[in-house]
Ligand binder design. Structure first.
Ligand SMILES: O=C[C@H](O)COP(=O)(O)O
Length: 249
C-alpha cells in the first residue's frame, strides 16, 4: 500500500472576515512546525488575496471554480482568477454546492479538468446522503459519483478526493472508523481500476465533523490520507491539534 503524506485542508465555507485572518497566520506558523503534513486553507473568495499575504507560504485555495476560463457567468470565479491571486488549490463538488447549486457530476468533472489544467491542486468531493446509507446503497452511490466526477485528464496536476458523508457534515455525527474504512477502500479500488497505478497515489481525505478529539482515530484508518475540515478549521485553537494529530501518523 502506498504511504501518503497527510493533507489537512480547512474549508471556511461562508465564514470569516478580514479581522479573522490572524487565525490563518497562527495556523501557518503551527503548520511549519508540524513535520510531514501538508496543510491548506480555503477561505471565501473575498479573503483569498489577503489570506495569501498573511499565510507565510501556507497554501490558500478557493471553494469552487467555474469550468470556463472567462465569460458571461455572473457570480462565478475562473481558474485564471484564482491563479492571479496566488490560490494554489480548489475544492470542487462539495455536497453543499451539489445541493444548493444543483451541480451535477458532469459539471464537477468539467470544473476539475479546468482547475487541473491551470495547475491548481484539485479536491473532488463525493459523499452519500443518510437515505443512501440507510438503504445500504452508500458504496454504490459514492463510487458512481466518483466515476462521474473524476476528470478525464486526471494525470495533469494534483488530484485529491474527499469523502464527506453528507449526514456527518456539521452535525457532530462523525462516521465510525469502520464506515470510513469501508468507503475509503472502495474509493481506492475505484481509483485504481480507473487510473491504474496513478490511482494509488491520489490522496483520499475524510470530511465530516473532524475535531481535535476524533482526528487521531480517523487518521489511523487505512486509506485515510488526511482531512477536509469545516467548522474546526476556523480557529487555530481547534485546527492546530488536528494538524498535530496528522503529523503524529
Ligand atoms: O468541507 C468540509 C466539510 O463539509 C466538513 O465540515 P465540518 O467539519 O464542519 O463537518
Amino acid at each position: 500500500m502506498e504511504v501518503h503524506r497527510k493533507l489537512v485542508v480547512g474549508n471556511w465555507k461562508m465564514n470569516g472576515n478580514l479581522n479573522q485572518l490572524g487565525e490563518i497566520a497562527a495556523i501557518a506558523a503551527a503548520a511549519k512546525e508540524a513535520a510531514g503534513v501538508d496543510v491548506a486553507i480555503c477561505p471565501p473568495f473575498t479573503l483569498i488575496a489577503a489570506a495569501v499575504a498573511r499565510s507565510g507560504g501556507l497554501p490558500i485555495g478557493g471553494q469552487d471554480v467555474h469550468s470556463a476560463e472567462s465569460g458571461a457567468h455572473t457570480g462565478n470565479v475562473s481558474a485564471p482568477m484564482l491563479q492571479e491571486v496566488h490560490a494554489r488549490l480548489v475544492i470542487v463538488g462539495h455536497s453543499e454546492r451539489r445541493a444548493e447549486q444543483h451541480e451535477t457530476d458532469a459539471e464537477v468533472r468539467a470544473k476539475a479538468e479546468t482547475a487541473l489544467r491551470h495547475g491548481l491542486q484539485t479536491i473532488v468531493c463525493v459523499g452519500e446522503s443518510e437515505m443512501d446509507r440507510a438503504a445500504r446503497d452508500h458504496v454504490a452511490v459514492v463510487t458512481a459519483q466518483l466515476e462521474g466526477s473524476l476528470p478525464d485528464q486526471a494525470h495533469d496536476g494534483e488530484l485529491v478526493v474527499a469523502y464527506e458523508p453528507i449526514w456527518a457534515i456539521g452535525t457532530g455525527n462523525v462516521a465510525t472508523p469502520e464506515d470510513i474504512a469501508e468507503m475509503h477502500a472502495a474509493i481506492r479500488a475505484a481509483l485504481v481500476e480507473r487510473l491504474g497505478e496513478f490511482g494509488e497515489r491520489i490522496r483520499i481525505l475524510y470530511g465530516g465533523s473532524v475535531k481535535a478529539d476524533n482526528a487521531a482515530a480517523i487518521f489511523a484508518v487505512p486509506h485515510v490520507d488526511g482531512a477536509l475540515v469545516g467548522g474546526a478549521s476556523l480557529t487555530a485553537d481547534q485546527f492546530v491539534p488536528i494538524i498535530e494529530a496528522a503529523a503524529a501518523h
